[in-house]
Design a protein around this ligand. Structure first.
Ligand SMILES: *Cc1c(COP(=O)(O)O)cnc(C)c1O
Length: 407
């Protein structure tokens, strides 16, 4: 079999839609095309029934008590905005302090920046060199002004999984709301809003083999009841939390994607871990000075983030055009700034620039992994052969001890 190039290994950025999801969606474009808010005819009722079924499936996916706790959105960027700004606005008479981490997705960080401009105070917790937050840092940061803590389930760049259950215990004990950006981890690592005391959770369909442009925000209804100030005004859809005609076909696809995850996720993760380990082993057995970024165990099944010392990031990306990967995050790769996630884990700029994120997913094969491993070894060796720094390193010169001219 010949491989189709470039090989897609960017599943932390988005996933190919599962054909079974497309099958589930198709009738909702041309047959059941009613507006789910239309109460006067069958077209509307059928669309509404499909949405309500999807709500129940997605509630089950998250361990929520009820489909009433699901607010549909256009994706996790909107969900994160609604969670942070909506809670901040609603609870501002209780306090003006929010706690988050330095490695969150930009949708969380930039929402926090906006809130800071409006007078809120935000604490950005650090992470350890593997990208993990210490729950005790969360506890120590909570004051009587704190209204919300926001920590992601798993990081999109390095795949590190956070101690959500431990943090949820603390926020519940302190009576502070807990939001989790669960986009990368849900279906891939245990996540349950009841067991983990999560009050708000963001999810998007396109990272779990569903369609792009649909997401949800879980909003707890009991113990405690969470309230939000709507950020979108209009027809009062989604119990007043998010106005706008529902994207019925995509919502149906989102639920189908979650169903498949619930049925097959556990097995799929075992397969992805084995593919990931095969890729890692095959590269690091043949190349020296390859650094794993992120946590060796608390890590998403499909994520492998490696830094290749003595090669220059841009040159490397040009050399490996036959594989679709990211250097740093997809959201920041347009700029030449080294990834803020890698930097906050203590990586120097050189290593951050030479990092590659391999995101393995449902449709990757062993054959593709072997091809990519060979490609990486070949290209990195070639680039290093041209690198004077690598030559110095090979001849035993301690590069850190050198006084560079101009520095
Ligand atoms: C992709 C992603 C988002 C944004 O989701 P969209 O649906 O693309 O807006 C938010 N958080 C994390 C961790 C992500 O990986």
């Amino acid at each position: 079999m010949t491989l189709e190039l470039p090989i897609y290994m960017d599943n932390n950025a988005t996933t190919q839609m599962d054909p079974r999801v497309l099958d589930a969606m198709l009738p909702y474009f041309t047959k059941v095309y009613g507006n789910a808010a239309s109460r006067t005819h069958r077209y509307g009722w059928e669309a509404e029934a499909a949405v309500e079924d999807a709500r129940e499936v997605l509630a089950q996916f998250l361990g929520a008590e009820s489909g009433k706790e699901i607010v549909f959105t256009s994706g996790a960027t909107e969900s994160n905005n609604l969670a942070l700004k909506g809670a901040a606005e609603y609870y501002k008479s209780k306090g003006n302090h929010i706690i988050t981490t330095v490695i969150e997705h930009k949708a969380v960080l930039d929402s926090c920046k906006r809130l800071e401009k409006e007078g809120f105070e935000v604490t950005y917790l650090p992470v350890d060199p593997q990208g993990r937050v210490n729950p005790e840092d969360v506890r120590a940061a909570i004051t009587d002004k704190t209204i919300l803590v926001s920590v992601m389930l798993a990081n999109n760049e390095v795949g590190t999984i956070q101690p959500i259950k431990e943090i949820g215990k603390i926020t519940r004990e302190k009576g502070v709301l807990f939001h989790v950006d669960a986009v990368q981890g849900v279906g891939k690592t245990p996540f349950n809003v009841q067991e983990m005391n999560v009050d708000l959770a963001s999810v998007t369909a396109h990272k779990i083999y569903g369609p792009k442009g649909v997401g949800l925000l879980y909003v707890r209804r009991k113990r405690p009841r969470v309230r939000l100030a709507a950020q979108m005004d209009g027809g009062g859809h989604e119990r007043g939390n998010r106005s706008g005609t529902l994207n019925v076909s995509s919502i149906v696809g989102f639920a189908r994607a979650a169903e498949i995850m619930m049925a097959e996720g556990a097995e799929e993760n075992i397969r992805l871990i084995s593919l990931r380990e095969r890729l890692h082993r095959s590269i690091s057995e043949r190349l020296e000075e390859v650094v794993l970024n992120g946590h060796p165990e608390h890590r998403l099944s499909g994520n492998l983030n490696l830094s290749f010392s003595f090669v220059e990031g841009e040159g490397l990306m040009m050399a490996i055009k036959d594989v679709a990967v990211s250097s740093g995050s997809a959201c920041t790769s347009a700029s030449l700034e080294p990834s803020y996630v890698l930097r906050s884990m203590g990586l120097d700029d050189e290593l951050a620039h030479s990092s590659i994120r391999f995101g393995l997913g449902r449709f990757n094969t062993e054959e593709e992994v072997d091809f990519v491993a060979d490609l990486m070894v070949d290209k990195v060796q070639r680039l290093r052969d041209m690198s004077p720094l690598f030559e110095m390193y090979k001849s035993g010169i301690d590069l850190k001890s050198i006084e560079w001219a101009g520095h």
